[in-house]
Design a protein around this ligand. Sequence first.
Ligand code: ADP
Length: 366
Amino acid sequence: MTQKTELESDLFERMVEEVEDYAILILDTNGIILNWNKGAERIKGYKAQDIIGKSFYSFYTQSDRDAKKPDSLLKRARIDNKAQDEGWRVRADGTTFWGSITITAIHNNAGEIIGFSKVTKDLTEARKTEEARELYTQRLEAMNKELRQFAYIASHDLQEPLRTIQSFTQLLSTDYSHHFDDFGHRGMNFILEATERMSQLIKGLLDYNRLGRNPEKTLVDCNKLVSEVMDDLSLLIQESNASITVGELPQLDAYETELRLLFQNLLGNAIKFRRPQTSPNISLTASREKDFWTFSIKDDGIGIETKNNEKIFLIYQRLNHREDYEGTGIGLAHCQKIVDLHGGKIWVESELDQGSIFHFTIPIQD
Ligand code: ADP
């Protein structure tokens, strides 16, 4: 080591003294404080004359002292040359601050420990923000759990009486239909249709709730997956005479069952919301950015008024009359949840009568 000139030593000492953001102290081998700087005064609140010569134990809470924390930090610094810690420390006035502390052993030329440096930073504000965030996350998680349970119980228990209504209405409409006049028949049909619809709404809610319950990611070949989805939709494709072109799709680490449902909903909608008396033309493409894939499903159907582009992703939101286009309004809410589950985004570009392009992204995992 080169010898420091007197000026350098003096400058160094003054620098340590004047640093305000860190308490920088020298302790002797027993933890007795030998110097004090501006940062120490600001963070810990002692004047130099009140603390120099005392043990650094003064900064520890009673419970930390009882647990011999200061001793064990010095011991660690002796063995490993360095000990780091974060925790509540006590100021001169008894208030506490959250400190980040590094104690480093100082050696003489013979390699013997002759003291310790102790650098402390006050992280109280950061700690408070962190604690507030943790609390907020915990509350959100609890609320989320409660909501999931509520949705499950509500939808599950609603099914029971509905089944009874459905089966008795069925019975009435088959066994007693000869007692009904025209009005009775129409009334009975309304009840049957409404209960069937309610049953679908409840099923949708239950499915929504179950989505992503215990998913496991696997390597999914989207080309294969989409071709299977198209097989499932073959009847609808034939009936509507739809033309669907599919570009080269990637292999992805994804939740397969959920991803299948996503393609099924988006392709199904692209066929369903075609303009009357036309055959839909649909394309599905994928393009890669640096760390995500974007999938785009384009149709030439009825389109969506731009002001509704976000609303349609909410549960049970529909824009068309049930007589014109059947559905429950839960499909896109499913899509939103599936894309969220993968950490991606979903949105639509559309104008009324101008067709729609639904885009979603799936992040690429290394
Ligand atoms: P559903 O298909 O059961 O009605 P969705 O949640 O899948 O429910 O869709 C919500 C609404 O968004 C639909 O009712 C429809 O108004 C609109 N929508 C969805 N996809 C399309 C599309 N490709 N073209 C036009 N409108 C669409």
